[in-house]
Design a protein around this ligand. Structure first.
Ligand code: IPE
Ligand code: IPE
Ligand code: MG
Length: 241
């Protein structure tokens, strides 16, 4: 019998900057898109493992606001892949009761990608075994600026009183309003930067960098990262006791 792995205190919310698809492909003399295709496999593996290990929220950086500046052909391939992923994944999401969510400026997506995305989020919105959020056309600075402008407008229109403006109220204007802050943030591919990802929400997240490229990131790597997380002592600015 295979022994079931147990994590005493798994992160409630795991966030991942899935980086290194292009380098994975280039190392093999393949087109960069092949790396993105392999990256989707990793996402599938990690999604299934997240449910197994008791993680409730999984948020993945799939496409940043800045990624629109990549060559047109790569952007087009990524958008095509997104639609394929969503259509192919729907039965898996339904079977495993996964709610698909997104954050980002989806107005920039093509009409079809947006339609497919809204169809999948709509059809899975009642599920609760795992909330899988795709950060798509997402940039944290844009998110924060938009939130600040919307809040200012609500003050001006007397919808809220400026005296009530606190961190909780501000958070309710962010894309992440319905989820807790990430407990654990993983970035693959060896880069040690945040690249405009959830800057407000990761104030107290534990961070883990690995050199592994995202297409090579599987269950074994996830377990290694979660074991590392288990050892962390989170203080949130307080003393340990
Ligand atoms: C991450 O892989 C996926 C996206 C940004 C869409 P990259 O495409 O950034 O791969 P590298 O970093 O160039 O290897
Ligand atoms: C961050 O990766 C965005 C995603 C993983 C979707 P990038 O490859 O775009 O980040 P930089 O350019 O190396 O900082
Ligand atoms: Mg990259």
């Amino acid at each position: 019998m295979v022994k079931k792995l147990n994590f005493k205190n798994p992160p409630n919310h795991l966030a991942i900057i899935m980086d290194g698809n292009g380098r994975w492909a280039e190392k093999r003399n393949l087109d960069r898109i092949e790396g993105h295709i392999e990256g989707i496999r990793s996402l599938r593996t990690v999604t299934a493992a997240a449910i197994e290990y008791g993680i409730k929220y999984l948020t993945v950086y799939a496409f940043s606001s800045e990624n629109w500046q990549r060559p047109k052909a790569e952007v087009a391939s990524l958008m095509r892949l997104l639609e394929e992923y969503l259509n192919l994944e729907l039965p898996f999401l339904i079977k495993n009761k996964i709610r698909l969510n997104f954050m980002g400026n989806i107005e920039k997506l093509s009409k079809n990608s947006k339609k497919t995305l809204l169809n999948v989020t709509g059809r899975t919105k009642k599920f609760g075994s795992l909330c899988l959020t795709l950060a798509l056309s997402y940039g944290s600075r844009e998110e924060i600026l938009t939130a600040a402008l919307r809040m200012a407008k609500d003050v001006k229109n007397n919808k809220i009183n400026i005296k009530d403006a606190d961190e909780n109220l501000f958070s309710s204007y962010l894309y992440s309003k319905d989820m807790p802050d990430p407990d654990f943030l993983i970035r693959t591919s060896g880069e040690r930067r945040i690249s405009n990802f959830m800057l407000y929400q990761i104030a107290y997240s534990e961070i883990y960098f690995t050199k592994t490229l995202w297409p090579d990131f599987g269950k074994k790597e996830l377990i290694r990262a979660l074991r590392d997380y288990e050892k962390r002592v989170r203080r949130f600015g307080k003393t340990q006791d």
